[in-house]
Design a protein. Structure first.
Length: 169
């Protein structure tokens, strides 16, 4: 077992000693909110939004993009667990801006024994503002997204910690 995993298990042991099952929030988000954002370690969605555990569903992936799986999670969040406001939050200095889809496909071909990377849309970002607009539009127009869900787009500035609203058409 790696040293990293040992440290995680040690930390989990300490966490479990303080774990209070009675203090666990319910399965439904208290603020009826879901946030789709990037997996970047510099982003702490609960903190930047002034939330606490149990307030919102947090869905994360590379770039905070509206992938099929992200939409699946958002739809379940709403239809089964009652969220009615969704935030799509991309950010400055995102790794997804550093490559094109074609470059990632080539990288996958060059570093694996498989050509399967050619069949994945890596959802890279060439224009961060436009990517927020595109993702909000894609989610809003998805046939499984309930019409009563309000969807907002934001750009998180990693340099300042501020959210900037991106208005979509």
């Amino acid at each position: 077992m790696s040293e990293n995993i040992k440290r995680i298990l040690d930390a989990n042991e300490e966490y479990s000693k303080e774990y209070n099952k009675k203090a666990i929030p319910g399965i439904k988000p208290a603020r009826r909110l879901a946030i789709l954002t990037c997996m970047d370690t510099r982003i702490d969605p609960l903190r930047f939004a002034g939330l606490k555990k149990g307030d919102a569903h947090i869905i994360r992936n590379a770039g905070g993009r509206a992938s099929d799986d992200a939409i699946r999670s958002l739809v379940l969040s709403s239809r089964l667990l009652g969220t009615n406001e969704w935030l799509v939050v991309h950010h400055t200095d995102c790794g997804q801006e550093n490559f094109s889809n074609e470059e990632v496909c080539k990288l996958m071909r060059d570093t694996s024994d498989s050509g399967e990377g050619d069949f994945i849309n890596w959802l890279t970002i060439s224009d961060r503002t436009q990517s927020v607009k595109d993702d909000v539009r894609r989610i809003r127009n998805h046939p499984l997204v309930p019409g009563d869900v309000t969807i907002y787009g934001f750009l998180f500035e990693v340099e300042t910690g501020r959210l900037k609203e991106i208005i979509s058409e």
